[in-house]
Design a protein around this ligand. Structure first.
Ligand code: F6P
Length: 320
């Protein structure tokens, strides 16, 4: 193997740059050439790529976002788009591809491998942490830290004004960010798509707290459950409490990555290169119980990541 390529795809996540750096440096360390593909699969199709050297990834480890830019490519989902990408594989002599992204990106990579045989390695980079086959994805830890910081700040003003706050966090169809941030932020209720809830119970808990002299309440809602505004409307209607809604939105995707994400990104990026060099055809890098592992991409994609029920129960029991 002489030349590999690398792209970031889907929603960006803090730590992607550290991973790009690790892939590029590890590859160069082993004497490989690396092409950096810009704007995800769109750049793959449009030949928007450049040779990377050690300097290309200097001074980026601590930066959020992705220097390669990213996109969700509809064109790559078509056979025509992938055929164009394959022309670039031949034109640039690419012998392996590292895709840093989420499940949609891995699906695209897997189909491309099936059609054209190019070895592909997926590195999970998404704040949602919704990829089976790995305990953690790059960016999740930072996003949770960002959300917890926001919750603490909101708690200050919630207490001063004796208000109930609904805080909507990202996570797409899953509640991993909500559960972790809600637990760490001491939320009174955490609503996640994986666990049923009812508004009567939530309101009763709020009322009980109020009777005990509680001055504020925080309810963390995963975006996959319902819009925070709708949840706020229902809670306000049923309790009569002064209720405000904050949607954290895209600020969860930015910022300097946590040390945990920087280390994870560096380890995963380096392993992706090792896997290509060892002849892997379509693996995803993961982390299990602290160890970096490789799983077949399709096997990971065929599973649904389960939420930690012990953590769910803990959150309930701590928020009486
Ligand atoms: O997958 C990452 C994510 O931030 C999700 O949490 C969210 O639902 C989605 O991307 C938002 O996508 P966009 O940036 O396209 O609005």
């Amino acid at each position: 193997m002489q030349r590999i390529a690398l792209l970031t795809s889907g929603g960006d996540s803090p730590g992607m740059n550290a991973c790009i750096r690790a892939v590029a440096r590890k590859a160069i360390y082993h004497g490989l050439e690396v092409m950096g593909i810009k704007r995800g699969f769109n750049g793959f199709i449009e030949a928007d790529m450049y040779p990377m050297n050690l300097g290309s990834v200097a001074g980026i480890i601590h930066r959020g976002g992705t220097i390669l830019h990213t996109a969700r490519s509809d064109h790559f989902m078509t056979p025509e788009g992938r055929a164009k990408a394959n022309e670039n594989v031949k034109r640039f002599g690419i012998q392996g591809l590292v895709v840093i992204g989420g499940d949609g990106s891995f699906r695209g990579a897997s189909v491309f491998h099936q059609e054209y045989g190019l070895p592909v390695i997926g590195v999970p980079g998404t704040i949602d942490n919704d990829i089976a086959g790995t305990d953690q994805s790059i960016g999740f830890d930072t996003a949770v830290n960002t959300a917890v910081e926001a919750i603490s700040k909101i708690r200050d003003t919630a207490t001063s004004h004796e208000r109930t706050f609904i805080i909507e966090v990202m996570g797409r169809h899953f509640g991993f960010i909500a559960l972790a941030a809600g637990l760490a932020g001491g939320a009174e209720s955490i609503l996640v798509p994986e666990c049923p809830f009812n508004y009567d119970e939530i309101c009763e808990r709020l009322m009980r707290g109020y009777k005990r002299g509680k001055l504020h309440s925080i309810i963390v809602v995963a975006e996959g459950v319902a819009g925070g505004i709708e949840v706020g409307r229902i809670i306000k209607e049923r309790t009569g409490f002064d209720t405000k809604v904050t949607i954290l939105g895209h600020l969860q995707r930015g910022g300097m990555p946590s040390a945990a994400d920087l280390i994870l990104a560096s380890r995963m990026g380096a392993r992706a290169v090792e896997l290509l060099m060892a002849g892997s055809k379509k693996d995803m890098v993961g982390v299990k119980a602290g160890e970096i592992i490789a799983v077949d991409i399709d096997e990971a994609l065929s599973q649904t990541k389960a939420i930690d029920t012990e953590m769910c129960n803990l959150a309930v029991s701590l928020s009486i």
